[in-house]
Design a protein around this ligand. Structure first.
Ligand code: SAH
Ligand code: MG
Length: 195
């Protein structure tokens, strides 16, 4: 898909207040993918398919993406966008709650992109680690959540999300099998690579 058409999807999503991946975050991820093209990607949080379409350019031959989205309307839009991009052979959408769908998956992935309910990040991490290949990489978007995660902000209605994002950072940092970087691009990006 050319840049112009991709920008159309992006701008339409932004217009509808759908929280798609930010340009600088995407740039960082794409740079990492270019160095080592993945065969299989798992994405948690499809929205309208924007990030999945972007990632599909960086797959190995015959590579595929599994992506999970619970919002029915967004799934419909994602299917349309993925068709427009001509990558429907590469992207499989699972419609439903990732908390229920992840335990039913039993594949191996080279990359996992976590970009859904912030309060569920520790659970998503557990599932990602279960299915990650031995040289795999996990990206977690929105890990700094508008700066709340690193501040002493506690009296916020989003405090469950903040607590779980902090827990995610703690777990990836303390895991002896992972090398983790937390980058302040976009809304914060955690990159964890198996050692
Ligand atoms: N990755 C997309 C943006 C995803 S936005 C992109 O960059 O283009 C986050 C999405 O996750 C939303 O569409 C929301 O509906 C979905 N989501 C949130 N919690 C979820 C859950 N538990 N299971 C499945 N989808 C979820
Ligand atoms: Mg995000």
């Amino acid at each position: 898909m050319n840049k112009e058409e991709l920008d159309k999807i992006k701008n339409q999503a932004l217009l509808e207040n759908i929280p798609i991946i930010m340009d600088d975050t995407l740039e960082v991820i794409e740079k990492r993918l270019k160095e080592n093209l993945p065969q299989r990607i798992l994405e948690i949080g499809t929205a309208v398919g924007y990030s999945a379409i972007c990632f599909s350019e960086f797959l190995k031959e015959n590579g595929r993406i599994d992506t999970i989205e619970r919002d029915e309307e967004r799934v419909k839009q994602a299917i349309e966008n993925i068709k427009k991009a001509g990558v429907e052979e590469k992207i499989k959408i699972y419609q439903g709650d990732a908390v229920e769908i992840l335990p039913t998956l039993n594949e191996k992935y080279d990359m996992v992109f976590i970009d859904a309910a912030k309060g569920k990040y520790p659970f998503f991490l557990k599932e990602a680690l279960r299915m990650l290949n031995k040289d795999g990489i996990i990206f977690a978007d929105n890990i700094l959540y508008k700066g709340y995660v690193l501040s002493d902000y506690n009296k916020h209605k989003q405090r469950t999300a903040v607590r779980n994002l902090r827990e995610y950072i703690k777990q990836v940092s303390e895991n002896p099998n992972l090398d983790t970087e937390i980058l302040e691009v976009g809304d914060g990006l955690a990159i964890s690579k198996i050692k």
